[in-house]
Write a protein that binds this ligand. Structure first.
Ligand code: ARG
Length: 622
């Protein structure tokens, strides 16, 4: 099936295809197959729904476009086309569009706009079934702050995972915790001095961060001295072989050597941290398939990689460390990177290279996407290149780093320590503060509690997805709370409006006739809404390709506007009703009209909820 046919089918127009092509064939005297090839689905709705490229009809002597229009028979499917250069542009006839589209959406319900674009794996494949993708995202450090990069990775990663799932992939959601290495070892030094069991149990992530911040402060003078020595071209060995440096390195050495006592503490803290992280992710509707982490990378795999690097002549010793000089091996600008440190400890880079091999064995994935900030662009190029250097170009070819620009200004507006739960709490407070200011006593404490999280998340997500991923942005509470433009709050509000309009109609429709009067949807507002709904499969397909959620957000904002246009008119009608006798359309609607309106609203709700779900908004339930 070609693209047009797929799209037309997604619009419920599949069976009418011969009608369109037949219309052209009979009116213009061309072959129906050729006519079919000349039909295209428009992407800009302002210009029409379909367009036909006249030269492609291969008409004898190419008659003027105006003459073509005159010769076309009338059809309920279209209004009269217009000429645009060498194209004829068609708008669907409203009634036809409604009668095709609404049952189509109702039947597919939440799978409207989703597609199995993939088909299955080759049945000879041992993992036959759906294609499998690993999406690695969020990946904060324990210990450490949940910074803007972790926040963006979490929000964008959830979107990437959702859109892949909706297109028929089996998705493994992986959180690669920074739970190993020198930062953790430094924390363990701090734990001996400042650790408090009770505090740990009350607020695990908060206390872990508190201890870490304290030991970082104590460590700073040593770090500064070492940096200075490096700058001056002196050896750092003297500085790094004593004090907190030495304590930290000793703990890390013990961890890598499998020392039981050291690992028992590490395991306990990790478990606590994952427990509280899980609670925060739940608020976002995120469930990871696995909490992976730097600690989980197998040491045998790391050994295997080093052996290959050595065999292939790309592993060099430098100042006691083992390195790859990427510049020498065909990638200029990646420099020389340490793979195994002077004290024999593994590095972030070595762990990441080995993790690819471990995950390949564990998940047998078809693709893997890292949703990580653009700060790590070079790091991922190094990981991919290193895989090639050990002869695993096949694996490197399945990997993609989807990067993004940074969020700035988080701490200008958020005052609690940067942890995911705190960020959500504070954004919820900002949202509730605005609602209280606008509504005063009209909003109950219960309502505030219910709306806190979903509105905060909608605000965060919409702000995050406002521009292209590569662009960073400045965190601005005012943008989160705004109802203008592509706002998350607006989508939540319109979703609530739509839901209550649906409940009202449902209550009236209960005992009604089954007929739907599609003619009642020929007004401008309904037509506009229908045409927007028809675009949804195209929008999700394009978003899947680009992995730019912005296009979907813009679309949903247009959808929300189209919904209010209609609901706004209706409530104006009701208002006039109350004010005195008028045309009183809302109450005079017959059952067939109420029913068709209900079908329209329900379709709009399916699309609005579906789109919000893909972006990662939990919806406010009234
Ligand atoms: N934990 C890292 C950080 O906070 C991000 C991990 C990214 N993923 C990876 N496979 N290296 O910077």
């Amino acid at each position: 099936m070609d693209k047009l046919q797929v799209q037309l089918q997604a619009l419920g127009l599949g069976p009418d295809l011969p009608e369109i092509a037949g219309l052209l064939a009979s009116g213009l005297g061309c072959d129906a197959g050729t006519a079919y090839e000349a039909i295209n689905l428009a992407t800009d709705l302002e210009l029409g729904d379909l367009f036909v490229i006249l030269p492609k009809l291969k008409l004898q002597g190419l008659p003027p476009a105006a003459e073509c229009i005159r010769n076309l028979p009338n059809s309920p499917l279209f209004s009269t086309p217009y000429v645009d250069g060498v194209q004829l542009r068609f708008f669907f006839g409203n009634r036809k569009l409604a009668s095709l589209l609404l049952p189509y959406i109702a039947e597919r319900n939440t799978s409207y706009g989703r597609k199995d674009v993939l088909g299955l794996r080759d049945s000879t494949d041992p993992g036959a079934g759906k294609k499998r993708i690993v999406v690695e995202f969020s990946s904060p450090n324990i210990p450490g702050k949940f910074n803007g990069n972790h926040l963006r990775s979490t929000l964008l990663g959830q979107f990437v995972a959702n859109i892949y799932e909706s297109m028929g992939w089996e998705v493994v959601r992986l959180n690669y915790l920074g739970d190993w290495g020198k930062p953790y070892a430094l924390f363990a030094v701090g734990w001996e001095r400042f650790g408090d069991e009770e505090k740990l149990q009350q607020d695990p992530l908060g206390h872990i961060l508190e201890v870490y911040t304290k030991i970082e402060d104590e460590f700073k003078p040593e770090m500064d001295a070492s940096r200075q020595a490096k700058k001056d071209g002196h050896s750092t060995e003297d500085i790094e072989s004593k004090g907190i440096f030495a304590e930290r390195d000793e703990i890390f050495r013990k961890m890598e050597a499998g020392d039981e006592k050291t690992l028992a503490l590490w395991q306990r803290l990790r478990d606590y941290a994952i427990g509280s992280l899980g609670t925060a992710y739940q608020r976002l509707g995120i469930e990871f398939t696995e909490y992976d982490g730097e600690s989980q990378v197998k040491s045998e795999t790391m050994d295997e990689i080093e052996a290959k690097l050595r065999d292939n002549g790309v592993y060099e010793e430098s100042d006691g460390s083992w390195v790859i000089n990427f510049d020498k091996h065909g990638v200029k600008g990646l420099g020389t990177q340490i793979i195994r440190g002077r004290t024999g400890s593994s590095t972030y880079l070595l762990r990441d290279i080995a993790a690819v091999l471990d995950r390949d064995k564990k998940y047998n994935f078809d693709e893997m996407i890292y949703v990580v900030s653009s700060r790590q662009n070079s790091h991922f190029l190094q990981v991919f290149k290193a895989l090639e250097l050990i002869g695993r170009a096949d694996l490197a070819g399945k990997l993609r780093h989807e990067s993004f620009g940074e969020i700035r200004g988080l701490t200008d507006h958020l005052h609690k320590p940067l942890l995911l739960g705190n960020i959500l709490d504070e954004c919820g407070d900002i949202m509730c503060g605005v609602a209280k200011k606008d509504l005063g006593d009209d909003i109950s404490e219960h309502a505030l509690a219910v709306m806190g999280d979903p509105t905060a998340i909608a605000g965060l997500v919409a702000q995050d997805m406002f521009g292209k991923r590569a662009q960073g942005y400045i965190f601005t509470p005012g943008r989160m709370t705004s109802l203008e433009g592509e706002s998350g709050l607006k989508l939540q509000q319109h979703h609530l409006l739509l839901s209550s309009a649906i409940s009202e109609l449902r209550a009236q429709v209960e005992v009604m006739a089954t007929e739907l009067n599609y003619a009642a949807l020929e007004d401008e507002g309904s037509t506009n809404l229908l045409r927007i709904l028809a675009q949804y499969p195209d929008v999700t397909a394009a978003t899947y390709k680009s992995l730019e959620p912005h296009a979907l957000l813009t679309y949903l904002s247009r959808l929300a506007d189209a919904i209010t246009d209609i609901l706004g008119e209706e409530s104006d009608d009701e208002y006039e009703d109350e004010a005195g006798p008028s045309d009183a359309q809302a109450t005079e609607d017959g059952p067939e009209v109420l029913k068709v309106k209900l079908a329209l609203y329900e379709s709009a709700k399916v699309v609005l909820e579906g789109g919000m779900g893909l972006l990662g908004f939990p919806v406010v339930i009234a």
